[in-house]
Design a protein. Sequence first.
Length: 268
Amino acid sequence: MVPKHRLLFLFLSALELASAASEVATVAGSSLSGNSDGAATLSRFSLPAGLAATPDGARLVIADTSNHRIRVFERETNQVSTLAGSSSGFSDGSATLSKFNLPHGVAVQASVIYVCDQQNNRVRAVDLNSGNVSTIAGSGVAGASDDIGRLATFDRPTSIAVQADGSQAIIVDTGNNLIRTINLNSMLVSTLAGSGLQGSSDGDAMAASLSGPQGGCLLPGGTKFLIGTYPLKQPLKALCVCGIRIHRARAPRRTRSCGVAKLMRMLP
């Protein structure tokens, strides 16, 4: 197990661990971009932008954005492998033959990996049991319409988090300046927060404005969602998951989940 109180970051083309004492160790990738599996420190990534751990903590799932792939780091064997994706594009089906276009955020719930397929304007799912990729929401056309599954539209979704009970996914819909949800039982897509206008106003969730939100995570307990916005000087926002209010969060700005350094989660 990774020692307690260590934070996981994605930095350039390497996966690194940083402790509270600011010690950094590379566990996968190198300073050179590329696309190669194998021994973790010899593997290569290209601008990875998303990271999540499996429930047992045995594997780290990485959105290898510029390689258009979903990669996995096995902590026990210290190996990196490609789980899904083959080249830039869009196709569902067998994970190894599927295509993504700049996959960004990832979240793991039970045996499913949820992916924000940014430039395809879709939310995809990788089923670890069947080995297949499917689209759960988004038509592929940029837009902001709420609807069922593939009838709904997104505009460059970049981050996703899933409630612990697996009932709901929360999506940072960057291009629309919105926070959206997907009911994972009915696949109904709804808008949780944001007026759609670019800005930084707080207050009522649906009237509040966001400026290019590019990352988010559920806080412990699952009742608040922390939102990172662009540029860095913008404060973090906290949103009640019930969708009532949005306000500035009392947290360091540098935990903004966006850009080349990305705080994803704290391991136990």
